[in-house]
Design a protein around this ligand. Structure first.
Ligand code: PLP
Length: 462
């Protein structure tokens, strides 16, 4: 029997038109944006795979919950519902709403991290790193060694490097105020962390008496991949795996723009009342009163409902099948993709896609530009443009990998959109040899990928 086609486990109630563009319109839009896809107007994009953050579609029940939002300043009913949703799912008693994930990180690190301290993590997300550094700390990434090989098929390439964590805690333990672990490992390609790795991290935290916090943005996607890939978890429910995951931690930071299935929102949740009280004192200064934090009542409702929907196994099954489908089709056509596919995105390996371009010619950006020109896809370079540094002589110190991320918004695009994406990538791959490199014409001192002006090497234009 042949497999049934993948179908969305929902039907569409409200539609948003996409604007078709011609190649010459896209060329003009790209030239006006100086080759920087962050500077292109969203209406000039056909399929927007720039990020999966806050770009998902809400369900009918979420929109109904929005109408039920209680906008009372203090003690709103919507806060009670939100608090209960987090407590039921994650088991943390103290629930502190924030406007998005980075505000939760800011509150946690400003309260726990002192200048000169070190925060280990499997891989810090960029805002997490920035918030550790903003508190005067050092953000140290300890990814497992399997993560280095983009073609390797290890099922848990998001894991923490346990030897490196043990060594850090043994040798510099007095400088470590907390241990963080990111589920899934976003900067590492959306790769999952296994339950057994998490248990081993917990055991090290117990041995050295350190609190463990989870960066929980994609907790449901992680739990799904644990269920699919970790033999001991086979047949267990996602809710059970989620409960066990959080039972191993002292608290978490969360961006509801990911697995909260909402367009905005976040929270910090923890067990320690004393610490929660100190954080709430800061919350009132920077975010808002403790029963709404940085959110409107309607957003608290949308997130509470989203947390219930995101652990639905039909939804998770479809999401992962759809992403694996794109990766598999591309691979069959000889396109170099990062294996195995992660939970929220397909990553193209631009170093192998455009082997004639050295890192200083920004192969990831060259590829992202071609995907836009070919079919109006907006993707994101995660390579030497975003993560590379210049040495004193102005020479590039390349990033670890040259990747292009196709992040898939939740419940937003259909399988036929995915087929279109596969076709566009394949067409660009067929003419890869002729694709020229990119040079930076002008760049700001920090976070250059957001605003740099770029051109094709030797031509000063894209
Ligand atoms: C998005 C994200 C954050 C930050 O959340 P925001 O809501 O964008 O502030 C932190 N960690 C990870 C892993 C993320 O993906």
């Amino acid at each position: 029997m042949t497999d049934l086609p993948i179908i969305e486990p929902f039907r569409i109630k409200s539609v948003e038109p996409l604007r078709m563009t011609t190649r010459s319109e896209r060329e003009a839009a790209l030239a006006a944006a100086d080759g920087n896809l962050f500077r292109i107007a969203a209406e000039d994009v056909l399929i927007d795979l720039l990020t999966d953050s806050g770009t998902g579609a809400m369900s009918a029940e979420q929109w109904a919950a929005v109408m039920r939002g209680d906008e009372s300043y203090a003690g709103a009913r919507s806060y009670k519902r939100f608090e209960r949703a987090v407590q039921d799912l994650m088991g943390f008693e103290q629930v502190i709403p924030t406007h998005q994930g980075r505000a939760a990180e800011h509150l946690l690190f400003q309260t726990l991290v002192k200048p000169g301290q070190v925060v280990p993590n499997n891989t810090h997300f960029d805002t997490t790193r920035a918030n550790v550094e903003d508190a005067g700390g050092e953000a140290r990434d300890l990814p497992c060694s399997e993560s280095a090989n983009t073609a390797g098929r290890d099922p848990f390439k998001g894991n923490m490097n346990l030897e490196a964590l043990a060594e850090l805690l043994e040798e510099e333990g007095e400088r470590v105020p907390l241990v963080m672990i990111t589920l899934t490992n976003n900067a590492g390609g959306g790769q999952p962390v296994s339950l057994s790795n998490l248990r081993a991290v917990r055991a090290l935290c117990d041995k050295y008496d350190k609190p463990l916090y989870i960066d929980a943005c994609r907790f449901a996607e992680n739990a799904w991949m644990v269920r699919e890939r970790e033999p001991e978890a086979r047949g267990r429910s996602v809710r059970e795996i989620v409960a066990e995951t959080f039972a191993l931690a002292d608290g978490c930071t969360m961006s509801a723009k990911k697995d909260g299935l909402a367009n905005i929102g976040g929270f910090l949740a923890l067990r320690d009342l004393e610490l929660a009280t100190a954080i709430r004192r800061r919350l009132v200064v920077t975010e808002g009163f403790p029963t709404y934090g940085g959110m409107a009542g309607r957003d608290l409702e949308a997130v509470a409902q989203g947390l219930a929907e995101v652990v639905d196994e039909d939804y998770l099954q479809y999401r992962h099948a759809s992403i694996a489908y794109v990766a598999k089709r591309l691979e069959e056509r000889g396109v170099p993709v990062v294996e195995p596919p992660g939970g929220h995105a397909i990553f193209l390996d631009a170093a192998r896609f455009l082997p004639h371009l050295a890192p200083a010619l920004f192969p990831g950006q060259a590829l992202a530009i071609e995907l836009y020109l070919e079919g109006g896809l907006r993707t994101c370079e995660i390579g030497s443009l975003m993560l590379g540094r210049n040495d004193e002589q102005g020479r590039l110190i390349p990033a670890r990998h040259e990747l292009v991320r196709l992040a898939i918004p939740r419940r937003t695009y259909t399988q036929s959109h995915m087929d279109y994406v596969i076709e566009i990538v394949t067409r660009v791959h067929a003419r890869a040899e002729g694709i020229a490199g990119v040079e930076i014409l002008e760049e700001p001192p920090v976070l250059r990928h957001f605003s740099a002006r770029m051109g094709r090497v030797g031509t000063a234009r894209v």
